[in-house]
Write a protein that binds this ligand. Structure first.
Ligand code: SAH
Ligand code: SF4
Length: 361
């Protein structure tokens, strides 16, 4: 196993050059290696045939290509691939390849587990292990790229974890995806539970990425129950931060809206969304609840209820999309990417009261 060797994935070409130290032609070699790793998703030094044989042998001795390896690979009947990966430590996390007509997208994790404790989320119910490094984030992309001949052009951070709790590594990973892999920032979506200070910090970076807020209710009493984060940054405050983000970056933000039967799918809440989102050329993306045993009896609304909710928004001029669901048979839906591998759902007992978790700064 590659184990303790320094992994090159997660470093820029310039950083790789520095890691090569005083080896001959370090600058050129750094560039070549970076090109192999990121542009061609090469997974071994032996396959970097334009490097001298002695350098390849040297690299094999002293470095690893990437920090992660595949624990499980599942393919769904509708062509979605899900990888469960780890770093030799059995802390597994997941990523998903999503081929669509005309483009290939992927869904990546930013943390192993998640400390935010949302009541409907398989990841949240399983607790938190740690942040992923930039190499582990970019490594997921590269692992998935190796499964397809088509180029993965879109990345969404909707796998395990809250990306803005891991902002430093997330920013580095996005820079590598942009500068080294060649992805457009516009094709990268970061979905957040709504951490106001981090939204403001991200705005200062002024990257043309796409930011989505998991809103899930316009009413504090409902959002409090679903998402402990709302006690700290309630609806008005977080939507205000999204508005400021949009104004300062000029990038249109979107809102994710999970629909849970009888909880947040009422016509009253659809109507309350309209004034809340006023003045933003918004898109609300509806996500019918993917069943997870939350111990709270949550279920997916009927198609009729979804249509009613959607109709109220559309009649008020709000743009609405509905998430195309894929990979059901392998539990590849976002928010479902969690520790079935570890039997983590057992961590919370049926009916246990959900308490707000402490927020990691
Ligand atoms: N932590 C970030 C990103 C990962 S979750 C966030 O919360 O936004 C990605 C999306 O999946 C979020 O919108 C989340 O609310 C949603 N999600 C979580 N559990 C879900 C479930 N059981 N069914 C449908 N969507 C879910
Ligand atoms: Fe974490 Fe997002 Fe799941 Fe909430 S929905 S627990 S923030 S991964």
């Amino acid at each position: 196993m590659e184990g303790k060797l320094t992994s090159l994935v997660g470093n820029t070409s310039t950083e790789i050059q520095a890691l090569l130290g005083d080896r001959p032609n370090a600058k050129l070699r750094g560039k070549q290696i970076g090109g192999h790793l990121y542009k061609r998703a090469v997974d071994s030094f032996d396959a970097m045939l334009d490097l001298p044989a002695d350098l390849r042998a040297d690299l094999n001795q002293n470095f690893a290509v990437q920090p992660l390896e595949v624990a499980t690979h599942k393919t769904s009947t509708d062509g979605v691939d899900k990888l469960l990966v780890h770093n030799g430590d059995h802390q597994v996390y997941e990523c998903v390849l999503l081929p669509y007509e005309g483009r290939v997208s992927c869904c990546l994790s930013s943390q192993v587990g998640c400390p935010m404790g949302c009541a409907f989320c398989a990841t949240g119910l399983g607790g938190f292990d740690r942040n992923l490094t930039a190499g582990e984030i970019v490594g997921q992309y590269l692992m998935l790229q190796r499964l397809t001949e088509k180029r993965i052009s879109h990345v969404v951070f909707m796998g395990m974890g809250e990306p803005l709790l891991n902002l430093k590594n997330l920013l580095k990973a996005m820079r590598i995806l942009h500068d080294e892999v060649g992805l457009s920032y516009r094709h990268i979506t970061v979905s957040t539970v709504g951490l106001v200070p981090q939204i403001r910090e991200l705005a200062k970076e002024n990257l043309p990425i796409h930011l989505a807020l998991s809103l899930h209710s316009p009413l504090d009493e409902v959002r409090d129950r679903l998402m402990p984060v709302n006690h700290k940054w309630p609806v008005k405050e977080v939507v205000g931060a999204m508005r400021d983000y949009q104004e300062s970056t000029g990038r249109k933000v979107t809102f994710e809206y999970l629909l849970i039967n009888g909880v947040n799918d009422t016509p009253e809440q659809a109507r309350a969304l309209v004034p809340l989102l006023k003045g933003m050329p918004n898109v609300v993306n509806l996500i019918p609840f993917n069943w997870v045993d939350t111990g709270q009896g949550f279920s997916r609304p009927s198609n009729d209820r979804i249509r009613t909710f959607r109709g109220i928004l559309q009649n008020a001029g709000v743009n609405v999309t509905q998430r195309v669901e894929r990979g059901h048979d392998i539990a590849a839906a976002c928010g479902q990417l969690a520790g079935q591998h570890k039997g983590k759902f057992a961590k919370r007992e049926q009916g246990e009261q959900l308490k707000p978790l402490p927020l990691v700064p």
